[in-house]
Design a binder for this molecule. Structure first.
Ligand code: GRF
Length: 204
């Protein structure tokens, strides 16, 4: 069965692009039915447009400026997605911690990509923190993971896939980031394949 994906982005959208390419090459049995950004400037919106995928954005600031809350934002975001009836909601470079007001609408169906190994460097600066830890001699490698987001814990849900990534003495931060992003693009496709096939097996 072709799984329906909604992809949430905040920036460049290179992981979204990896999904678009994998679907086009028939490597991933899925269809991206909607892309939503939390920034109007997210280049990923342009990538969606180029691929003919419906895309939109929902900004948090107008809520806060109007004295409304993140929970109201999260509930409206869920409504925006629910109409598409996604099988999976993929957080691909999504830089906003989602509350239960969102997550409760898609129980065990939200998938997050994080550029660190399980239990390491949660939050928005994982790559920089791994690079600094390597410089201090505290770690020898890093990596990325795809995990489910059953609750509000940040970058900490049940792990679907992990890719270990080496760090070299000669690395600059940019070289490490590029190596991690390449690993993420592969891992995200592999992890979604696993989830979609798992779904199909459940249906049998
Ligand atoms: C990626 O490292 C992702 O894991 C992190 O944001 C970065 C940007 O990803 N959350 P993308 O190029 O916008 O997909």
């Amino acid at each position: 069965m072709t799984a329906k994906l909604v992809v949430l982005i905040s920036g460049n959208g290179s992981n979204l692009q990896a999904l678009i390419d994998a679907i086009r090459m028939k490597v991933l049995p899925a269809e991206i039915v909607l892309v939503v950004a939390n920034r109007t400037t997210a280049f990923g919106l342009e990538r969606a447009k180029q691929a003919g995928i419906p895309a939109g954005y929902l900004l948090l600031k107008p809520y806060l400026d109007a004295g409304r809350t993140r929970v109201e934002y999260d509930a409206d975001l869920a409504k925006m997605l629910a109409a598409s009836k996604p099988d999976w909601v993929v957080l691909a470079g999504w830089m906003h911690i989602l509350s239960a007001a969102f997550l409760k609408h898609f129980p065990y169906r939200v998938v997050n990509l994080h550029p660190a190994l399980p239990g390491k460097f949660p939050g928005a600066h994982a790559i920089e923190e791994a690079f600094a830890a390597f410089q201090r001699g505290e770690i020898k490698q890093t990596g990325c993971m795809v995990h489910l987001v059953p609750d509000e814990a940040v970058d900490a849900g049940p792990v679907i896939g992990v890719a270990e990534t080496p760090i070299y003495r000669s690395d600059t931060l940019e070289m490490l980031a590029n190596r991690l992003h390449q690993a993420e693009h592969k891992l995200l496709v592999q992890s979604l394949q696993r989830l979609i096939v798992g779904d199909d097996e459940e249906d049998e």
